[in-house]
Structure formats: C-alpha cells, structure tokens
Design a protein around this ligand. Structure first.
Ligand SMILES: C[S@@+](CC[C@H](N)C(=O)[O-])C[C@H]1O[C@@H](n2cnc3c(N)ncnc32)[C@H](O)[C@@H]1O
Length: 268
C-alpha cells in the first residue's frame, strides 16, 4: 500500500513538475492571468445557461436598492468577463473590480452586448483593498464565484461594508419612509407583518368569527346534541385556518418564485 501511494505521488509530482518550475521562475501566475480569461469566457456561456433561472431570481430585486439619486450604483467584485451583466436592471451604473487586467478586453465585449447598462469604470485591484472606490458610494455589491479563491475573505467583506451606502440610509430611500426596526412601534410592526403575510390575520379573523358564531348559535341549536354542534364548529374553524395557511403558502410561492420570473421575462 505504502509503495502504491509513493508511486502515485511520484507520478503526480512528475506531471506537475512543469508547473512547479514555472511557479519557481515566477511565470506561472503570469500565464494563468493570460489564459484564465479565455477559459472563463467559454465556461461562462455554459454556466450561465445552467444558472439562468437562478441568477434571474437572485438579481430580480436589485432595483429595490436604488439610491436617493434614483440611479442604482452597483459594484461587481471579481467581475471576470462580465457574466452577470445581462441580469442587471436597465440604467444600472456598473463599476467593475478585478485584479486581473486581462479581463478588460472581455469586459468591453460584454458591455457592448449589454447596452441597457451604464458602465462606469474598470478598476484593476484586489477586493481586499479597493481604495479607488469611495466609502458609502455603492447601493449594491455583487460577487459571484470569487470568495472561494481570494487571499483574505474577512478583509474583502470589510471593504464591501465600507463601500456600501449605510444601511439605514438605504432602508429609508427604498421605503421612502423611516422604517428602522428599532424605532418601530408595536402597531406599525403588526401592520407591516400583516402586509407581508396577509393570510395570517385572515386566518385568525376567520377562526375567531367561526368560533364566536358557533358559540352564539349554541343557545338556538334546538334538538341538536351539544357535542355535535361543537364538532361542527371546530371543523369549520379548523377548515378556515387550514385554508388560510394553504393560501398563504401558495401566495408566498407566487411572490418568491413565479412573479419574479414573469416580471423578468416581461422586462426582457
Ligand atoms: C471564477 S472567476 C468568477 C468571475 C465572475 N464573478 C463570474 O461569476 O463569472 C473569479 C474572479 O475573481 C477574481 N479574483 C481573484 N482574486 C480576487 C480578489 N482578491 N479580489 C477580487 N477579485 C478576485 C478573478 O480574477 C476572477 O475574475
């Protein structure tokens, strides 16, 4: 067994030796930077085909983050060839950051194919240090297939937080009203929750109405047995609640999955 492992290791080392040598000479990184964009351009076509619906869903709410200027400023970190451009909303101001300058050629092609966007600039920099991007200047930062291969994820996330517009400011402009959770009263929280899940209050109201009506009718049930009357009341109340829950689930599926797809198709 040990001998087999040794032979396999030796084979891998021999096969990988040219890479070690190029790395030792400081050329491997340069070669990767030259050729990776060509590989990624091909890979992206296949990948986007597979991920089309997922990406549409993922980017469907970008407009909600539009800033007070009325324009959506988006920073794509590790933009590569611009594979995500076609999923961004019209008029979106796109700034690209990537440490590999060889992507520029591919980005230009992507920009030409996505005239609905307003391209700002391409910054050659690593996400760990984006000093060229002003603090609080971005509404959205997009980063796909990048964080798995960077040197320092934490530093990148700190930079992302720095360039993003402050959270409270974003909330205010998206709702056009003050909506910080901390300042939200009990009543307004209830109203907001009811708006988000309208079938919960409908279910509760229906349950209370059916039970109240059943109890009210208790006196006038004539020769019907009390237990039968109560069972009818319970079944009706339960039926109402189950119906409301089912409608709520269907509604949230429509809201989260079906509506964004139709909306995107319509936009195209
Ligand atoms: C697998 S590609 C993904 C490209 C593109 N985001 C996409 O979804 O198609 C990874 C990209 O991250 C970039 N990258 C690598 N290290 C980075 C870093 N430290 N900061 C920002 N981008 C980085 C690479 O140059 C490359 O363009």
């Amino acid at each position: 067994m040990a001998l087999t492992i040794f032979i396999l290791r030796l084979a891998v080392c021999i096969l990988a030796f040219p890479m070690y040598l190029l790395d030792f000479l400081g050329l491997w990184n340069w070669i990767c930077k030259q050729w990776f964009p060509y590989f990624l351009a091909r890979f992206t076509v296949m990948y986007n085909k597979q991920m089309e619906s997922k990406k549409q869903e993922l980017f469907s709410n970008l407009r909600e983050f539009t800033g007070p200027s009325g324009k959506l400023s988006l920073l794509e970190l590790g933009c590569g060839t611009g594979a995500n451009f076609k999923f961004y909303p019209s008029g979106c101001q796109v700034t690209c950051v990537d440490p590999n300058p060889n992507f520029e050629k591919f980005l230009i092609k992507s920009i030409a194919q996505n005239r609905h966007l307003q391209f700002e600039r391409f910054i050659v920099a690593a996400g760990e240090n984006m000093y060229q991007v002003a603090s609080g200047s971005m509404d959205v930062v997009v980063c796909t297939l990048v964080l798995c291969s960077v040197k320092n994820q934490e530093q990148i996330l700190q930079e992302v937080c720095r360039v993003l517009r402050p959270l409270l400011e974003r909330r205010m402009s998206s709702d056009n009203q003050w909506s910080a959770d901390e300042d939200e009263g009990q009543l307004s929280r209830l109203i907001r929750k009811s708006r988000d899940s309208p079938f919960v209050p409908v279910g509760i109201a229906g349950f209370v109405t059916v039970v109240s009506y059943g109890l009210y009718k208790l006196k006038y049930r004539r020769d019907q047995k009390m237990s039968i009357h109560l069972i009818h009341m319970r079944v009706a109340a339960q039926g109402f609640v189950v119906g409301a829950v089912t409608l709520g689930v269907l509604y949230s599926m429509y809201k989260d999955y079906i509506r964004p797809r139709f909306f995107n198709r319509y936009k195209k």
